[in-house]
Design a protein around this ligand. Structure first.
Ligand code: AHG
Ligand code: MN
Ligand code: MN
Length: 330
């Protein structure tokens, strides 16, 4: 079969759906080109001098890795000049990054986690990039508030996993499609159309070391999974935790499962661990488009009206019947 490259896929979607404007297509091409550069930087590892700490911190109070900063710079540089964006925001920047004066401005807002799973960089375990696209509200004079739209307003979302292969998973609101990077050609090739998450699963993904900090509903759910055949679920469960959300969620999109970074007493005062705008929202959009569900336990993630750019939320997402069960315990 003839390979379908990302460009052809996007052009066909643009023609058939009218959903992708030329500017959105440019945006997606530019973001994914930046991901190819990040993939190359990540792949060089110690030979590229890219491992280790940058010696700086971000607004979340986390130490930045060299590759966090490099990936952020690559995404900024790629997206500044095209005329498709009004502004960009990132996990690694305190405030939105305006488009430099010399370039035209466009109608889209881009948010990203340039490198997710930073704790895995130095140990050669999968990391990734997550991004979310919003429309700039009409008539607004560019401000941070422009970004504070619920996840239901996203026009596109995607992520790349830099693993044994580099894969791109993308939604523009009509299903979820997977592309694999052909390293020789330097192009993303469509490898799976319309990914669907099985509604049931026997696999859960949570940092078990936080157990004593969890709330009762989450503890109940996990206890019942761990009890396996002998418990109320009547079947054995398996556990997987990569500690890169992007890789854990990718496994779930590929073969089902439930991923949780729930509210716990350690992170309660800040609202949770994962960030709404560039982690939870894009992943929830993708998960729902693949037939799964995403909730805080108490409300659908995509319905949350954000109150700040770096807001954190509890996250429970994946196979629909499991997510519904955890929600029912809340
Ligand atoms: P980031 O590297 O972008 O800061 O995100 C890391 C997040 C997420 O990817 C992952 O699921 C979680 O942190 C890992 O947390 P633990 O350290 O508790 O395993
Ligand atoms: Mn992250
Ligand atoms: Mn990150």
């Amino acid at each position: 079969m003839k390979p379908i490259f990302l460009t052809q896929f996007l052009i066909e979607e643009q023609r058939a759906m009218g959903k992708i404007t030329p500017d959105l297509r440019l945006l997606l091409e530019v973001v994914t080109r930046a991901c190819k550069r990040i993939s190359i930087a990540v792949g060089k590892g110690a030979l590229g001098g890219v491992l280790g700490d940058a010696g700086t911190g971000n607004i979340q109070g986390e130490a930045q890795k060299k590759l966090d900063v490099i990936s952020n710079d690559i995404l900024l540089e790629a997206n500044e000049w095209g005329g498709h964006l009004a502004a960009l925001a990132s996990e690694e920047m305190d405030h939105p990054h305006p488009i430099p004066e010399q370039y035209p401005k466009g109608g889209y807002l881009l948010l990203f986690d340039p490198l997710d799973g930073s704790s895995n960089i130095d140990v050669n375990v999968s990391v990734g990039t997550i991004f979310s696209v919003l429309r700039k509200p009409e008539g607004s004079a560019s401000s941070e508030d422009d970004f504070l739209q619920p996840g239901t307003q996203q026009v596109a979302a995607g992520y790349c996993v830099y693993g044994p292969s580099t894969t791109l998973v993308l939604t523009i609101g009509n299903g979820v499609h997977q592309f694999t990077l052909d390293r020789e050609l330097g192009s993303f090739v469509l490898t799976q159309r319309d990914m669907k998450i099985p509604p049931d699963t026997k696999e859960f993904s949570i940092n078990m070391s936080n157990e004593r900090f969890w709330e009762a509903p989450v503890k109940r759910y996990i206890d019942e999974c761990v009890a396996g055949k002998d418990g109320p679920r009547g079947k054995d469960f398996n556990m997987r935790w990569v500690a890169s959300m992007v890789a854990d969620v990718h496994r779930i999109i590929t073969r089902g499962g439930v991923f949780m970074y729930p509210l716990d007493s350690k992170t309660k005062s800040q609202g949770g661990k994962l960030r709404l705008m560039y982690e939870a929202n894009p992943m929830s959009f993708i998960i729902e488009q693949a037939g799964g569900a995403a909730t805080t336990g108490r409300e659908r993630i995509l319905d949350i009206k954000p109150n700040k750019l770096h807001q954190r939320v509890p996250v429970i997402m994946g196979s629909k019947n499991e997510v519904d069960l955890v929600s029912s315990y809340h």
